[in-house]
Design a protein around this ligand. Structure first.
Ligand code: AMP
Length: 216
């Protein structure tokens, strides 16, 4: 099963992907997380991506493609995977089809998750993340039990550098201009499902699973 989650920044792609990954027992591939790790380790990919990410701009397709190509060839991806934050441009979507074409695998479904701007802003500004295990929290809606520390591993929580109102506006512009055209691209292929995200996260997961034919 190959699933793609697309949607504007802050819509909850990461949260949903984590839940789906646990339920479906396939890996969650979050491009943003992979890139942030590369930036913190100052790898070649990290160095190429850093400035784009800091400014809320998309990292060039060529860099992204290399990362995805090597990740989906790993053993844990054999039974399928969940792509979170990829593809984000038509070129990336076409390249993904070519990569999958070589392996005779097919995309099962693309979930287009939607929410209003004010919800995105609220989520982004209040988001706190654990740099160690990737768990996410919100200062109002999903507080950690021990203030400022991750419930899972105890690491101090931080705010992503690009989770500011100014950078969010760039990220939304990139989404509108570069990523939104993918809605038509996947509609044409008959695999697009639109999900409204203004609901509690468990209900959204349930709706997605039902679309996939899973009995929840
Ligand atoms: P995310 O964690 O998904 O919000 O991504 C954080 C940042 O990583 C984005 O604002 C981009 O700079 C970069 N990024 C993540 N995925 C992609 C992608 N598929 N194409 C280009 N840039 C990406």
């Amino acid at each position: 099963m190959i699933i793609i989650l697309m949607g504007a920044p802050g819509v909850g792609k990461g949260t949903q992907s984590t839940a789906l990954s646990k339920w479906l027992k396939i890996p969650h591939i979050a491009l943003g997380d992979i890139l942030r790790k590369n930036v913190s380790e100052q790898t070649q990919v990290g160095k190429e991506a850093e400035d784009f990410m800091k400014n809320g701009l998309l990292v060039p397709d060529k860099v992204i493609l290399e990362v995805v190509n090597s990740r989906i060839q790993e053993n844990d991806c054999e039974e399928g995977f969940i792509l979170d934050g990829f593809p984000r441009t038509i070129t990336q979507a076409e390249d993904l089809e070519k990569l999958l074409g070589n392996t005779s695998k097919k995309i099962t479904a693309v979930f287009n998750i939607e929410a209003e701007y004010k919800h995105l802003l609220e989520r982004i500004i209040g988001r706190r993340v654990c740099k160690n295990c990737g768990e996410t929290y919100h200062v109002l809606h999903q507080k950690p039990q021990n203030e400022q520390h991750c419930d899972v591993c105890g690491t101090e929580l931080t705010q992503r550098k690009d989770d500011t109102e100014e950078t969010l506006n760039n990220r939304i512009r990139e989404y509108e201009e570069q990523t939104k055209p993918l809605i038509g691209f996947y509609e044409e292929r008959g695999i697009l499902i639109t999900i409204n995200a203004e609901d509690i996260k468990e209900s959204i997961t349930e709706r997605i699973l039902k679309h996939l034919g899973e009995s929840v």
